[in-house]
Design a protein around this ligand. Structure first.
Ligand SMILES: Nc1ncnc2c1ncn2[C@@H]1O[C@H](COP(=O)(O)OP(=O)(O)O)[C@@H](O)[C@H]1O
Ligand SMILES: [Mg+2]
Length: 261
């Protein structure tokens, strides 16, 4: 059965998509069967895999709609998953996804649509990674309900500590109300310039507040990580020996050990 990991942070630009794609590729290169679910209507995980959202005939949007209408999207699910672009599989998004929250909000099962969908494929993968939008709307709730583990990527700046406190509050609320099984895999500092006092002191503060076990190895600032998506490539495809690739490899190793390997 797949280990499902959701990457969430209410702040945009905090490294969710970059981390999702590169951790997925790292896990796949460690021999794991991996599915990435793009649950953001901006479709940046989809685009980062070299897939053009407007060319897709089916995406997460259509599948969640089928479930909301009480249908089982078995065959549609299998044909929507893109299997031949990357070492991992991709369940892509299109901008339509932005409308889903309003369209299905009145349905009784609206918070468990993604969980129900992933149950159909969880035996085919070792890891399922879900990339969320920044807003804490219905799609994010669906991601947090579907997952076993939460990774919170953050840029180590003074203001991001506030967002981190909000995210832990959200985790407790989800634990209490909707998904008691969700656990923090770790806070993942990204875009770190470890030469600056600011980055070092924010990371030290996270260590102090959350404990060493709840912080993942930092991802340093690396322009190659920002360049790779424009070629539709992961960091391991684009520049396998750069800092960013080395750092994500370390994170992948921790994930493999924390999730019971
Ligand atoms: N370690 C890093 N070094 C340099 N640029 C990065 C790094 N991580 C992410 N970026 C860039 O920062 C921007 C925001 O990252 P992204 O993963 O899209 O955040 P989110 O999905 O949370 O909005 C993107 O342009 C991305 O390429
Ligand atoms: Mg994103």
């Amino acid at each position: 059965m797949a280990t499902t990991i959701v990457l969430a942070n209410r702040k945009g630009g905090s490294g969710k998509t970059t981390s999702t794609i590169n951790i997925a590729d790292g896990l796949a290169r460690a021999g794991k069967k991996v599915l990435v679910v793009d649950a953001d209507s901006q479709a940046q995980a989809t685009i980062s895999c070299g897939v053009l959202p407007y060319q897709l005939s089916s995406s997460l949007y259509e599948l969640l709609h089928l479930l909301a209408d009480g249908q089982q999207p078995g065959a549609e699910l299998l044909s929507t998953i893109i299997k031949d672009k990357k070492p991992f599989h991709l369940l892509p998004a299109k901008p339509d996804l932005a409308a889903l929250e309003v369209e299905v909000a009145h349905k009784e099962n609206c918070q468990t649509l993604l969980k129900d969908l992933l149950m159909e494929v969880e035996n085919s993968y070792d890891y399922i990674l879900v990339d969320l939008p920044p807003a804490l709307g219905l799609l994010s709730v669906n991601g947090l309900v579907a997952a076993r583990w939460l990774i919170i990527p953050i840029e180590p700046t003074f203001l991001s500590m506030d967002g981190l406190a909000q995210m832990t509050g959200i985790l407790y609320k989800i634990n209490a109300d909707l998904n008691p099984a969700l656990r923090l895999m770790g806070i993942l500092p990204v875009k770190c310039d470890l030469r600056t006092n600011l980055a070092r002191s924010v990371i030290a503060e996270i260590q102090q507040n959350f404990g060493d076990d709840n912080i993942l190895p930092a991802i340093r600032n690396d322009i190659k990580l920002a360049e790779a998506p424009s070629f539709g490539k992961t960091i391991f495809e684009y520049a396998a020996s750069c800092r960013g690739a080395q750092d994500y490899k370390q994170v992948v190793n921790i994930i493999l050990s924390r999730s019971g390997e």
